[in-house]
Design a binder for this molecule. Structure first.
Ligand code: LLP
Length: 434
């Protein structure tokens, strides 16, 4: 089980998160229910921010809000003095509606339309990350027309691609994201940016992958990115001052993953900062403003999802299907990636696991599962189930598939809970239907 301080089991075997009994949460808000521990989010934000200050000095954490976007999360990260990475006008709008400063946003995406770019420029967005050649022309024209200048970063592909538990140093230039350094595509974009009159070309960006546990891939990326940073400044005459190394720090889903403590995340940042400091010295480049964009590691382990057990179907000699009131519409990660999760019988925390269950969702699709062959105590219809580490890429990837309602989101802190995204109802389902 995830042993974060956020989760505990009471003497009667009930799961608690942030000091609130999940039974109470289920009866107050219903199930399925996304629950986030605010203290965990605040703590990990502080760890990331303090580490970048302590080990590097000149930099900022931009939370990758694709992991979980709603007004409340922007309010929380703003309070912790983080910026945010946004990838659509919808995320920009949500951030701004929460009172987030546009200049603290960094706008990514491989296909930002001219109208997306215009919207971002008009809002006064901090950085736009260039990811296509024609985007440079569009953005330059928009800035000219609006009589504004826009700070941009260029997304490059440094040839390091990290996957869970390992990395490939010679990643192929074939990616829909970024411009390859290796095949010269990045040089073409750099030349274009240097000549764009209304754009301030400030720096370089890369993102090498997600759910990464080893530091080596990040360190190789720092080396390759600083090599290229030097080339762009010295050969192409750009006045760069920003290096954005993306996100990707891994989290604990099941016992197959390392169980990182806060201090382990600080170590990640320390290693990156030390490597960058070394590269700055040895390569004689100016010390860039460092941006890191963790998403999953800020919200992933802070979140759990609560379900009520529905029908249990025992297929003799094969398996026990345990159906929940959720499924791929609120957590599509098993269906998409065979993502693994820890599942708990939320009121039977003291009972021994005796039976194997496959947790099935309620969508009309055989692949609609949340986890396969998980060991639980004997559970019955009406029992509560908790799936752990669902804070990242669950609510943000939810849909109304089969016209199911997207569940509400609740924050807990110091024994209290409050709603931050309301439950959908019938009206939401037909809101845009003519
Ligand atoms: N920056 C950029 C440019 C990214 O593309 C991403 C994630 C991040 C930062 C944040 O990475 P993180 O720290 O969360 O690993 N839907 C997938 C994950 C897709 C990640 C896409 N990019 C999942 O459910 O696992």
């Amino acid at each position: 089980m995830n042993t974060r301080e956020t989760l505990s089991v009471t003497d009667s075997g009930n799961l608690q998160i942030g000091g609130v009994n999940v039974k109470e949460l289920a009866s107050l808000y219903g199930t399925p229910l996304y629950v986030f521990d605010k203290a965990y989010i605040k703590n990990i934000c502080a760890i990331f921010s303090d580490s970048i200050k302590r080990f590097y000095g000149n930099g900022k954490i931009f939370y990758a809000s694709k992991a979980f976007s709603c007004k409340e999360i922007y309010r929380i990260i703003k309070e912790k003095d983080l910026g945010a990475d946004v990838v659509s006008v919808g995320e920009i709008f949500t951030a701004l509606s929460s009172g987030f400063a546009a200049e603290d946003l960094c706008f990514h995406g491989n296909n930002k339309s001219a109208s997306d770019l215009e919207y971002a420029v008009k809002q006064g967005i901090g950085y736009i990350v260039i990811d296509a050649l024609s985007e440079i022309d569009d953005l330059n024209g928009i800035c000219k027309q609006l009589n504004r200048r826009q700070k941009v970063l260029l997304r490059v592909n440094p040839g390091v691609e990290a996957h869970t538990h390992h990395y490939i140093q010679t990643a192929k230039p074939d990616s829909k994201f970024g411009f390859s350094i290796e095949n010269g595509d990045a040089d073409i974009a750099v030349k274009k940016l240097v000549n764009a009159d209304n754009i301030d070309f400030c720096g370089l960006h890369c993102h090498i992958g997600s759910q990464i546990f080893e530091k080596t891939s990040f360190l190789i990326a720092v080396d390759k990115m600083t090599d290229y940073y030097k080339k762009v400044c010295e050969v192409f005459g750009a006045k760069l001052s920003v290096l954005d190394l993306g996100g990707g720090f891994g989290i604990y889903y099941t016992d197959a993953d390392p169980k990182f403590k806060y201090v382990d995340y600080a170590d990640y940042i320390k290693a990156i900062c030390e490597k960058l400091n070394d590269c700055v010295k040895s390569k004689s480049i100016n010390k860039p403003y460092l941006i890191l964009e963790p998403g999953r590691s800020i919200v992933g382990e802070a979140g759990i999802t609560l379900y009520t057990v529905g029908r249990i179907k025992q297929i003799s000699g094969i398996k026990n299907y345990l159906a929940i009131d959720g499924g791929m519409f609120e957590n599509p990660r098993f269906a998409l990636y065979q993502a693994q999760y820890t599942v708990l019988a939320a009121e039977k925390g003291l009972d021994k696991p005796t039976k194997s269950y496959t947790i099935a969702g309620k969508c009309c699709e055989s692949g609609d599962l949340i986890a396969e062959n998980v060991k639980l105590p004997e559970v019955n219809e009406g029992d509560l189930l908790a799936v752990l580490s669902t804070g990242a890429y669950n609510y943000s990837m939810a849909s109304n598939y089969n016209r199911n309602f997207i569940p509400p989101v609740v924050m807990v802190e110091n024994g209290k809970s409050y709603i931050c995204v309301k439950k959908q109802d019938f009206n939401d389902i037909v809101r845009n239907d003519i």
